[in-house]
Design a protein around this ligand. Sequence first.
Ligand code: AKB
Length: 340
Amino acid sequence: MIRKPVVFITGAGGEIGHGLIARLGQGGDRRIVTLDVNPLEGSLRHLVDREFTGSILDTALLERILAEYEVELVFHLAALLSTRSEFTPTTAHHVNVEGTLNLLEFAQKEGESHGRPVVFVYPSSIAVYGVPDTEVRARTGKVQEDQFTHPTTMYGCNKLYCEELGRYYARHYKQLSAEPLAGRVDFRAVRFPGLISAMTVPSGGTSDYAPEIIHAAAKREPYACFVRPDTRIPFMAMPDGVEALLALAEAPREQLTRTAYNVAAFNPSAREILDVVKQAFPDAQITWKNDAKRQGIVDSWPGDVDDSAARRDWGFSPRYDFVRAFEEYLIPTIRRRYAS
Ligand code: AKB
């Protein structure tokens, strides 16, 4: 049987998967195979060649996909996000760590079977950071990749460790093994800030307050924001997040000087987000109701990150700053979406 070359996306039905499939589908030149615990939304189905409904913990299912397809590129998006992971830390560890290990093994075997390294793109997160206190946070400004990597959440620990696992699969096998086919995983990670999509509302994250404010206002639903108005973390509009994944996947290996790269676009306070949303939706009913646990999580994340390595090595350059993200992407798209 001749296997078909494809891009493989796990967690395809989630926020990033939604944007990535829509973007890859525009080009139409790549065959897409997806895996998600839930069936894909109808609007995405025609863009994918084959949809598998199942878990990344199901190694028999992964073996089946391996036997049928020649996977050249993996976007491993499946994960439980930070707030959700705090409620079910051992489940988070199973899904986020063991699931990633399964996918790395899958990629290693794929690479061995077709004789070329498989590019493995992994969305890591600003959750890998644990800034000790607000004074250090204010004093530090833009955090670099190797600073404060002491996460306070299970999700942050999982993401940081999986970056290291990816590094192991990419480098350790190559250096220590006598096997000519070793080092078949070309692992690349991007540390995302909070992502804001006009098309979907996230679930289980701690940066979710920003998209939740915007979507609630557009739907004319009341919303109680769970962080203080002065809370400030980095964010990015989803189209820039998707472009970042694609640009990192395409970058020549020899240009990459790191395993994991910071990326960011703007870092408004929750109050600044509310102000622009109120201009667009003057009837928005947004109140403040602090959740100490979730506030503690965002306070441990940096107020901003230094993404100069991503800009230098693979040309990361977000199109949307704070004003453009709201004026040209979020507000008009969300308005249209709920109007229809
Ligand atoms: C979360 O809030 O858990 C995610 C993230 C910042 O990785 N959005």
